[in-house]
Write a protein that binds this ligand. Structure first.
Ligand code: NAD
Length: 480
């Protein structure tokens, strides 16, 4: 009974928030490109001016070092700025060619707001990740109801409070609201009649979100997990590759959706690369100090998953080059480098989300691509090579939403680039022009300018007109 009452309370809270958002959405859409841009840039300035305070909030809830939190906000603000400044250019109504059959019509397409967008976020980058949806949805003219992770509710509330302050109009606060709580609040948001639901989190929860949204045919964006591979070619700068693998693998305690979890190295570079990465791993320790390389595992359950993957890799014949089962000392996990790990191990097939990296040798780059693509995930990938040609070829062959060459996570800092995965990493795109369109509805308009010489769109169409049109059609398509 008590649970049922709690569930009703959750649904009421969420439904009320969506109803408030719906009323405010009309006002927000009516602000036009300039009004929305001004409001978004005012919010941006608040975030930028109070970056230290927001970073403290992130650190307190996630355990990541303050510096990492600052960097996260900086990246998020770049995206917010881009979305605010580019929405008009990308989404405004524009003419399109009307083609031969409709040459007497003027044709145009414009992108309209959907209305209210629900955003469900994870805890690992509690500002950067959800703002990838929120900034673009707001810039496209939608109101947003945001459900932050239950591990980072304070960050969600902070963002909404900063918004309300930056947009001091009676409807302002309802344009962007945060509703906090666990999965039950997320589930209620899926069923609350929003016009689109942007989910970022694990693949397993993504499935539940899709199932709930299916009940009301609510469209979804799913930004889910990853098992990203880094490929090291024999001609690569091995120092740079090892540094990138260490940053992508151990940074944020490995709790990065597009972090490095697997490394495939061409045989001749394998031992030197492993030695370099091993040295970097041994020199890296997590901690609570502001200048620690990375912090604690954010959630208590994550350390157990990491331990299980390490144990399984070793039991299946993998070699722990740095660390091992003893590296898991909750809430911290020291860096772990696992080598020659069988491809059917959990550490290769499942998202580990911890500071562990699997390094396996490959015969050649074909085998590297084959193994990288063998995952059911496909979020991002990295390639290290001294050859631009090889880089271009590998980037096109990798089954991933984004590829970074001679660096890791390069795409995350480019607001104009869309971000999203394939397979179990999800679908739909945030960021860039595609991200703006993801939260818009294209509307096509044609306007007849004059009556067509061959007018077919009428009930009393003459057979001779159709015959003439069919002749032209034949000339154009059967021969052309
Ligand atoms: P999670 O799936 O446990 O939770 C994500 C969000 O979903 C939380 O807000 C949670 O409360 C909510 N939720 C839980 N059950 C729900 C339900 N039944 N209905 C609706 N919402 C529900 O994920 P997490 O542990 O918070 O985040 C880590 C995961 O997120 C990792 O898999 C990581 O790879 C992924 N991630 C992906 C991206 C990306 O852009 N692709 C970015 C960051 C994180």
């Amino acid at each position: 009974m008590a649970t049922q009452t709690a569930q009703v309370a959750v649904e009421t809270t969420v439904t009320d928030a969506v109803a408030r958002a719906r009323a405010a959405a009309a006002w927000w859409a009516g602000q036009g490109w300039d009004g929305r841009r001004r409001a978004l840039l005012a919010w941006k300035r608040t975030l930028a001016a109070r970056i230290e305070q927001l970073a403290d909030q992130i650190r307190d809830e996630t355990g990541k070092p303050h510096g990492d939190a600052v960097l996260e906000v900086m990246l998020a603000v770049e995206h917010l700025d881009w979305a605010a400044r580019n929405a008009r250019r990308v989404l405004r109504r524009r003419k399109v060619p009307s083609g031969l059959l409709a040459a007497n019509h003027a044709a145009s397409v414009g992108y309209e707001p959907l209305g209210v967008v629900g955003v469900i976020g994870p805890w690992n980058y509690p500002v950067y990740t959800p703002l990838g949806s929120i900034s673009y949805a707001l810039a496209a003219g939608n109101a947003v109801v945001f459900k932050p992770s239950e591990h980072t509710p304070g960050v969600g509330r902070w963002l909404a409070a900063a918004w309300a302050e930056a947009v001091p109009h009676e409807h302002g606060p309802a344009v962007f609201q945060a509703v906090t709580g666990g999965g039950e609040v997320g589930a209620a948001l899926c069923r609350a009649g929003v016009d689109k639901l942007a989910f970022t989190g694990s693949t397993a929860t993504g499935r539940k979100v899709m199932a709930a949204c299916a009940e009301t045919l609510t469209p979804v964006v799913v930004e889910a997990g990853g098992k990203d591979a880094l490929i090291v070619a024999a001609d690569a700068d091995l120092d740079a590759a090892a540094r990138a693998a260490a940053f992508g693998g151990f940074g944020n305690a490995g709790q990065t959706c597009a972090g490095v979890e697997r490394v495939y190295v061409e045989r001749s570079a394998y031992e030197p690369f492993l030695a370099k990465l091993g040295e970097l791993a041994r020199g890296t320790t997590p901690g609570e100090e502001p200048d620690a390389r990375y912090g604690r595992m954010t959630t208590p359950t994550q350390a157990a998953i990491v331990a299980a993957h390490i144990d399984d890799a070793i039991a299946k014949g993998g070699r722990a080059v740095v660390g091992g089962p003893g590296s898991v000392r909750p809430p911290f996990v020291d860096p772990v480098v696992l080598a020659e790990v069988p491809e059917d191990s959990l550490a290769v097939t499942e998202e580990t989300f911890g500071p562990t990296v699997v390094v396996n040798p490959v015969r050649d780059l074909d085998e590297a691509v084959e193994r990288a693509n063998a995952s059911r995930y496909g979020l991002a990938a990295s390639v290290f090579t001294g050859s631009r040609r090889t880089a271009v070829e590998l980037a096109s062959r990798l089954r991933a939403g984004a590829v970074s060459v001679n660096a890791v996570l390069g795409f995350a800092a480019v607001p104009a680039l869309p971000f999203g995965g394939v397979g179990d990493s999800g679908f739909g795109r945030i960021h860039g022009a595609d991200g703006l369109r993801e939260f818009s509805r294209p509307k096509s308009v044609t306007r007849q300018r004059f009556t067509a010489p061959i007018d077919l769109l009428r009930l009393d169409r003459s057979p001779a007109a159709l015959q003439r049109a069919a002749k032209l059609f034949h000339l154009r398509h059967a021969r052309g």
